[in-house]
Design a protein around this ligand. Structure first.
Ligand code: ADP
Ligand code: MG
Length: 247
């Protein structure tokens, strides 16, 4: 039996009278991509924020690698290995691609940078940053200003920054958003290879990507998980078709 890496237990969050996540439980196992789908406003981003630590749940717990991390803030969870990407762009547009990756690697050390130049000359940080850029295929662009990258390349840079943290789990909120068909296909291929390194909890609207990648899919509707299963189980589920797939 494989050991569950991320165990989300009964997370609940209300905003006034609105229950955004209602007793949501999910697991993520080593090597797995678990997709979370559902209509707009279903509570997907709220759930990701509760797992990443940006939003305290009203009830429930997040267990990570056998530890209860519910009381940890975002930075402590990131240090423990919960890697979050894509929610908001964290890239500095005026900095070069390499500078953004180096600052990401510095963040992984947990130190605050005060002097830019020594940071950029730190051989170890540069090594980590360049390895991450190599992984996502951005080494040839390392001296470009980030603002000059295409949307798809910026997404890849966000992934590279996340990689510098060497996360044990990736949390991704709609990584395909705004990418054209080519960009989605490239990112899908990359995520497919990433799962062996760290499993991914993937919130995604692009159903081609979801069906291509997900080992398991959970469907969230009005804050509740109405089904969890493989792609073929989810496609065949009557409740899911009525509530979400619109068939
Ligand atoms: P999804 O990502 O599935 O589209 P969200 O998690 O963003 O859904 O939102 C779920 C519900 O919670 C929505 O009705 C949204 O308007 C509401 N909501 C999200 N964040 C807040 C907030 N900070 N304050 C009040 N309502 C919120
Ligand atoms: Mg959302």
């Amino acid at each position: 039996m494989t050991e569950t890496l991320l165990d989300i237990k009964g997370l609940r969050k209300s905003f006034g009278a609105l229950v955004a996540t209602d007793d949501v439980s999910l697991t993520l196992n080593p090597g797995e991509i678990h997709a979370l789908i559902g209509p707009n406003g279903a509570g997907k981003s709220t759930l990701i924020k509760q797992v990443a630590g940006g939003l305290a749940p009203d009830a429930g717990q997040v267990w990570f690698a056998g530890r209860d991390v519910t009381g940890f803030n975002t930075a402590a969870r990131a240090r423990a290995g919960l890697g979050r990407t894509f929610q908001i762009s964290s890239l500095a547009m005026e900095y070069t691609v390499l500078q953004n990756a180096v600052l990401g690697a510095l963040g992984a050390r947990g130190t605050v940078w005060r002097f830019f130049r020594p940071v950029m000359q730190d051989a170890e940080l540069r090594g980590v940053a360049e390895a991450a850029l190599e992984r996502v295929g951005l080494m040839d662009h390392r001296d470009k200003r980030t603002a000059e990258l295409s949307h798809g390349q910026r997404r890849l840079l966000e992934v590279a920054v996340a990689l510098t943290l060497k996360p044990r789990v990736f949390l991704m909120d709609e990584p395909m958003a705004g990418l054209g068909a080519g960009g989605s296909k490239r990112l899908t291929g990359f995520l497919d290879g990433l799962r062996s390194e760290a499993p991914i909890l993937l919130v995604e609207h692009d159903m081609d990507a979801v069906f291509a990648l997900a080992d398991r899919i959970s469907v969230l509707v009005y804050g509740k998980v109405i089904a969890t299963g493989t792609a073929s189980e989810i496609k065949a589920n009557r409740d899911v078709r009525e509530a979400y797939l619109g068939q």
